[in-house]
Structures are given as structure tokens and as C-alpha cells.
Design a protein. Structure first.
Ligand code: AMP
Length: 510
């Protein structure tokens, strides 16, 4: 078992099939892509002598070389450590050191920033920059004759958590975990075909990169945008060149894409499948997205510890607007994916009845082997085979999971739990609210009080009293914000997630 077989199989059956594009330009077909990966693997194993299981750091923007480096490492039985290209060089260096990576592939735009940190580095011995002559020489190495045999339990991808509450941890995702993820993708998310075109508009170090697998299996086209990132206008252009696109996008990106398609009057049928997840997508935004773009959306809920694979909310549920619980369903993250079990439990791990909120637990073949070099954290997070996700949610009678918030984001005021998501959903009903985030601030009498950060749509103005009365009409009095802070934007992580920790810190500094 080895993920590299997925590429080899497609390449053997259909070598001439177009595989990789930079914007509208064809870079190579499947035969060439697999051939290059076999040579990269041959170089790493044969010339550098890397033993199976050695770690290969990948700190690259979304450039065409991404796939050949990933698969090249797997050809040789190595472990990839993809690092978000938007991180600071010091953060990237921390990950490389923690992973004890000995080789680094770094894109040209990032190479200069990290070079000084690699001088005399304790682990990194070799650095390759795609586009340089030295990198091209990898393509002349002797290709590996055979893919290195791996077991289901061998690590394929060391995935670093975003580390919003401390140093990032390396999640050991095995070949078996990722194959389970891929199976669920075909069953619960989307079944790509050879006609599909997958565009990498979000960091390939995360979910966007993992979508490569089902599309490699299908022999679909892989498109790296020239911007190497997310640009709604560029996506519309790419779609007019390649046909309907598929992509992964964080909810904040979808909002921008939908606004662009609507404002530019662009053709809304240019997207085949948009997989969203990684953070909450509010009901008002889901409805607008469906109105403007039609039924091309599928939601996934996962985390590095069970990559992309906890629940999914499929097209049929998003489309079923006549269902009596339609609004609750589109506010949920859907139902357990086919190969995993999901339950909601109290702090002792005891299952709670439907409708009660508790921690979300998941068990199944996608759950990580553990945290890299961190058995204590592993023991705390995976107990009796169940992954404790740190997310609070509740299941309904039909098996739909609604996420409330991360356990640490729940506000406890006067002894009652307040889930920020519930308050945010209400505030977003105001037509002039663009974005909102609700956090708790320490309060001498109540323990915590609710504060809302609000971004108003451009050219609009809102009084706090309007938002207060909206809350009074929709939720219990004690849940409504005691303070509103009107801001120009919300702090976001490199994956587009709102950083509640930063909001809480800004309140603490006041
Ligand atoms: P990461 O490990 O960086 O992918 O982050 C995973 C976390 O993102 C989860 O534990 C959730 O808190 C959040 N998340 C992922 N998918 C969703 C989703 N569909 N809706 C809401 N939050 C999500």
C-alpha cells in the first residue's frame, strides 16, 4: 500500500491524459508527471540515500512542482511535511526542526526568507528550489523502478496543526488514514471524473492539496492558478478556459467568490463542485451562495487529526429546501461520513442524548496514528479509539451534527453556556452586517460577558441598538452581546479562519 500507486495507476492506463496546468498552460500529461515523480523519488532515495520514513519538508506556494514533489517522496517511501506558504519563515523553520526534516523543497518566493535560518541548521541538509537548474537535475536522476512498499500504518503526511493555542503539533496521517479519507470523498462528497478540472485556490498544504487524490484517481486535470492563490476574477477566467471547475474553499473565500460572481454578472454555472469547510459557514451565507451559484456546494467537517473526514453535508441535503428542518440542516455540518462513527459526549466520554451539546468524538480508519513525538498529547486526544475533537456540537434525531464552537470558545456567563455561533447567526441576519465574531470577556460578576465584533458592509452604518433588538427577537436575553465593537475587518489565520484568540487579546489590552 502506498499513495504513490494512485498516480502510477492512472499514468500507466492513460499516460497521454493532460494532468497539470499553470493557469491555462498545459505543463504535462500523467505519463510525464508520474515519470518526474519516479525520478524525484529516485534522487531522494538513490543519490541522497534517504531511508524510508525520513521527512521531506515542502514549503512551497501552489506551484506546478507541488504534485511531483509529494508523489516523488511517496515513491521513495518518505514522509511529506507540507507547510503553509503563508507562514512566517520562523514558523516554517520551527516545523522543519520539530519534524526533523533533512530535505526541504521551497518555492522561489520563499527561499530568500528562510535561507538565513537554514545556515548551520541542525536537521536540514539539502534545499531544492523548483525552477533552478539544480532542481531540474532531479529530473535526470534514475527513476525508481518500483514504488517503495508501505503499510497502512506508515506515516505519509505529517500535518501541522494551525497552533492557535500554542506551538503547532505534527499529526501523523498514515497511508491508511488518507486512503480512508479518499474512499469517503467518493462516497460522501463528490465522485470526480476524468473531465473534471481541480483548481488549487487554497494552500495545497491543507485540504486543497488533499483533494488531489480523488482527482488523480479519476485522471482529472490539476490547475495551479498563476496567482498561486485565491482570486475570484482569475477563477472565473480559468473556468471559461478549462470548463467547470472544482475546488476547496474556506467559507470566507466562498463569500468573496459569491460576491464577485454576483457583482460581475459572471456565469454562475462555471463551478462543478465547491467543497467548503474548515470553519463555520453561516446560514445567511449558505443561502446566498446557493442562490447565486446554484447547487455546486458540498460541506465537509474534519480536522488534521481525522483529515477531511468526520461529517459531510451533501448536495442533496443542501438542495432539499422543502424539508421541514431545512434551515437546521444547512446550519449543520451534515451526517457522519461513511467509514466513521460520530458521537457527542460529556467530559467523561459518556454519550449524550440527541439535542444535547457536548464534545464531538469520532472513531474510524481516518483517525490519526497520533501526534509526532508527543505521546502525552496523543493520549489526551485519542482515548479508547475515539478522537476527542475539541469541538462542541449536538446531534439531532436524524444524525445531523450541528457544531457550536471549539470548547475553548464557549462563553460561560452567570453559569450558563453561550455558544458564540448561535449569536453570530442572529447578527448576520441584519442585512448590513458583513461579518461578525462573538467572544467572551472576563467579567467580575458574571464570569464572562458577551462582546460582538462587527464588520459593517461598505457604505452602510448600523446602530448597536438595532443589533440588540434583533437579538431580543431571536435569542434568550442573557445571550445577547453587552458590547458591540465596530471594526473594519476581523483578524484571520492563513487558512481564513477568524482568530478569536486575537479578539480576546485585543479586549484584554483595552
Ligand atoms: P484544521 O485541523 O486546521 O483543519 O482545523 C479543524 C477545525 O476547524 C475543526 O476542529 C473545527 O473546529 C473547524 N472546522 C472544520 N470544518 C468545519 C466546518 N465544516 N464547520 C465548522 N467548523 C469546521
Amino acid at each position: 500500500m502506498n499513495l504513490a500507486r494512485l498516480l502510477l495507476r492512472t499514468a500507466l492506463a492513460s499516460p497521454e491524459r493532460p494532468a497539470l496546468y499553470l493557469g491555462e498552460e498545459l505543463i504535462c500529461d500523467y505519463g510525464t508527471l508520474a515519470g518526474r515523480a519516479a525520478r524525484v523519488g529516485g534522487f531522494l532515495q538513490g543519490r541522497l540515500g534517504l531511508p524510508p520514513g525520513a521527512r521531506v519538508g515542502i514549503w512551497m506556494a501552489n506551484i506546478p512542482a507541488y504534485l511531483e514533489v509529494l508523489y516523488g517522496a511517496w515513491f521513495a517511501g518518505l514522509v511529506v511535511v507540507p507547510i503553509n506558504a503563508k507562514l512566517h519563515p520562523r514558523e516554517a523553520e520551527y516545523i522543519l526542526r520539530d519534524a526533523q526534516a533533512t530535505v526541504l523543497f521551497v518555492s522561489e518566493d520563499l527561499a530568500g526568507g528562510i535561507a538565513p535560518l537554514l545556515d548551520g541548521h541542525p536537521a536540514i541538509r539539502h534545499v531544492f528550489v523548483p525552477g533552478t537548474a539544480e532542481y531540474r537535475s532531479l529530473h535526470t536522476a534514475r527513476p525508481l523502478g518500483d514504488i517503495h512498499q508501505r503499510d497502512a500504518d506508515d506515516i505519509a503526511w505529517l500535518f501541522y496543526t494551525s497552533g492557535t493555542t500554542g506551538r503547532p503539533k505534527g499529526v501523523m496521517e498514515t497511508h491508511g488514514n488518507l486512503l480512508a479519507m479518499i474512499s469517503c470523498y467518493f462516497m460522501d462528497v463528490d465522485a470526480p471524473s476524468g473531465d473534471d478540472a481541480l483548481v488549487y485556490a487554497a494552500p495545497a498544504s491543507h485540504a486543497a492539496g488533499m483533494l488531489n487524490f480523488p482527482h488523480v484517481i479519476a485522471g482529472a486535470r490539476h490547475i495551479m492558478p498563476r496567482s498561486a492563490g485565491f482570486d475570484p476574477a482569475e477563477l472565473v477566467e480559468l473556468a471559461s478556459c478549462h470548463g467547470r471547475l472544482s475546488l476547496f474553499a474556506a467559507p470566507t473565500m466562498i463569500k468573496r467568490l459569491v460576491d464577485h460572481v454576483r457583482d460581475a454578472g459572471a456565469d454562475s454555472s462555471l463551478f462543478k463542485t465547491i467543497v467548503y469547510g474548515g470553519g463555520p459557514m453561516y446560514v445567511a451565507d449558505v443561502r446566498q451562495a446557493l442562490d447565486v451559484m446554484g447547487n455546486c456546494f458540498v460541506q465537509i467537517y474534519g480536522q488534521g487529526e481525522s483529515p477531511m473526514t468526520i461529517t459531510a453535508l451533501g448536495r442533496h441535503h443542501l438542495q432539499d429546501s422543502g424539508h421541514p428542518r431545512y434551515l437546521e440542516r444547512i446550519a449543520s455540518v451534515g451526517v457522519a461520513q461513511s467509514l466513521v462513527e460520530v458521537r457527542v459526549a460529556d467530559s467523561h466520554g459518556v454519550t449524550l442524548p440527541a439535542g444535547e451539546a457536548g464534545e464531538v468524538l469520532v472513531r474510524g480508519p481516518s483517525v490519526m496514528r497520533g501526534y509526532w513525538n508527543n505521546p502525552e498529547a496523543t493520549a489526551k486526544t485519542v482515548r479508547d479509539g475515539w478522537l476527542f475533537t475539541g469541538d462542541v456540537g449536538c446531534l439531532d434525531e436524524d444524525g445531523f451534527l450541528t457544531l457550536k464552537d471549539r470548547t475553548k470558545d464557549v462563553i460561560i456567563s452567570g453559569g450558563s453556556n453561550i455558544y458564540p455561533r448561535e449569536v453570530e447567526e442572529v447578527l448576520l441576519q441584519h442585512p448590513q452586517v458583513h461579518e461578525v465574531s462573538v467572544v467572551g470577556r472576563p467579567h467580575a460578576e458574571w464570569g464572562e460577558e458577551v462582546v460582538a465584533f462587527v464588520v459593517v458592509k461598505s457604505g452602510c452604518a448600523i446602530e448597536a441598538v438595532e443589533l440588540d433588538s434583533l437579538c431580543l427577537q431571536n435569542i434568550a436575553r442573557f445571550k445577547r452581546p453587552k458590547h458591540y465593537q465596530f471594526v473594519h475587518s476581523l483578524p484571520k489565520s492563513n487558512y481564513g479562519k477568524v482568530l478569536k484568540t486575537a479578539l480576546r487579546e485585543s479586549l484584554a489590552q483595552e
